[in-house]
Design a protein around this ligand. Structure first.
Ligand code: HGY
Ligand code: MN
Ligand code: MN
Length: 417
């Protein structure tokens, strides 16, 4: 006789319908989403998620960073809950699945257990972490970082967007600043389902990524200062062109990353030139260099070489340069027991799977500091993400949610009644 819950299946259509429903909130301009953190659209998405959780019989919690917690009771109310979730905020040109699949995959667990009338000893809590993307308010994984004790709440509240609005004010403005102390909740374990955001699973023909590690990340904001002057009447030898200095530094960023091939990566996604006028030589350039590698020593080498190269380029050009570390975390190794629960679930369910190092950062990377944590990944088409054309199949979504279901329920311990 199979143990209760051994044959649990998720409802892939219901999960897909919920993904498509959520995607209607904060639409992009090319079929994806622009539901940036603590905007009105974020508030709408939160309200929809909360309505679904309440309809599934969950009680809701909200902490002072706007992290949302939907709790399904276990048979032992004192048992540490098993948490499962991700984020609902998106990039400005984001896809429909990055983060959202992990939150709604968690909700699908609740819905499935309700359908099957299965009880677990440990409560299960579905979580939406505020501002995972870090695009409007740097750094990424801001609120899971406060929860894990990496950032102070005051520092997080003071983070400003390009318009000078603060995170704390915006969270309050949209009405999603809770009263719970951030980080007070204790977890038996945390699981996060996420699209891979890279090409490996699809290329290898695997349904499931068993994420053993997350690569480390470093964000250095570089400010190059020259002198605004006329693009027509200023002789070439007299120019202090901050934009040209930035271009030469970005060339060195690419060379530095390639020098640590095949695993290291480097680029700048955030770039500003001031005054950004067609006939003014830019007197200021501000950009954020994003370096990543599974090896901390490589990250540290890339950071040091960036500063040396940028300083030399600017010295040679008569420019000033300043550096500010605005984000980062060391490479992460996830919890063996939780990783085994993911791998056993994939095997039990007959899904093809492989070990994977996460190329992207996730809330799980911070929560791993305060609770045993693991991730489940599903493929995405052409490995594309942080692009409105991000796409997955309904089958991949269901497979990921099913493995998540079994890993979470195994950890939460099915009870007979
Ligand atoms: O930057 C990251 O890796 C994540 O997608 N926020
Ligand atoms: Mn994400
Ligand atoms: Mn993302």
């Amino acid at each position: 006789m199979t143990a209760p819950g051994q044959n649990m299946k998720v409802d892939g259509d219901r999960l897909w319908d919920s993904l498509m429903e959520m995607a209607k909130i904060g639409p992009g301009v090319a079929g994806g989403n622009n539901r940036q953190t603590v905007t009105d659209a974020d508030g709408e998405g939160r309200a929809l998620f909360q309505s679904w959780c309440e309809a599934a019989g969950c009680t809701m919690g909200l902490d002072q960073m706007g992290n949302m917690f939907a709790r399904r009771e276990g048979t032992d109310p004192d048992a540490l809950p098993v948490y499962v979730g991700s984020h609902l905020d998106t990039q400005p040109t984001g896809g429909k699945y990055d983060g959202v699949l992990g939150v709604l995959g968690g909700l699908e667990i609740i819905r499935t257990l309700n359908d099957l009338d299965i009880r677990t000893r440990h409560p299960i809590v579905v979580t939406n972490w505020t501002n995972e993307e870090g695009t409007r308010f740097a750094p990424a994984m801001l609120s899971s970082g406060v929860f894990a004790g990496v950032h102070t709440q005051d520092w997080a509240y003071a983070r400003e967007d390009a318009q000078g609005k603060s995170f704390g004010d915006e969270l309050e403005r949209i009405g999603w600043k809770g009263s719970e102390e951030v980080g007070a909740r204790k977890m038996k374990a945390f699981f996060e389902l996420h699209i891979e955001q890279g090409p490996i699973l699809e290329a290898e023909g695997k349904d499931i990524g068993v994420v053993t590690h997350g690569q480390g990340l470093s964000w250095t904001q570089v400010t190059v200062t020259g002198k605004d002057s006329h693009t027509g009447s200023t002789p070439m030898p007299m120019r202090k062109n901050a934009g040209l200095g930035m271009a030469r530094i970005l060339e060195s960023v690419d060379e530095i990353a390639w020098s640590h091939k095949p695993h290291a990566v480097g680029a700048a996604g955030h770039i500003e030139v001031h005054p950004n006028s067609r006939n003014v030589i830019p007197g200021k350039a501000i950009f954020t260099v994003d370096f990543r590698s599974p090896d901390l020593a490589v990250i540290e080498d890339m950071e040091a070489r960036l500063r040396d190269a940028a300083q030399k380029i600017c010295d040679d050009m008569g420019l000033e340069v300043a550096f500010e570390k605005v984000g980062g975390f060391d490479p992460v190794e996830f919890d063996e027991t939780c990783v085994a629960a993911v791998r056993n679930a994939a095997e039990r369910l007959g899904y093809s799977h492989m070990n994977l190092i996460s190329g992207a950062g996730h809330d799980a990377c911070w929560i791993n500091r305060v609770a045993p944590t693991a991730m489940v990944m599903c493929p995405c088409v052409d490995g594309l993400s942080h692009n409105e054309a991000e796409e997955i199949s309904k089958a991949w979504a269901a497979a990921g949610a099913e493995v998540l279901l079994h890993a979470v329920v195994e950890t939460a311990e099915v009870t007979e009644g």
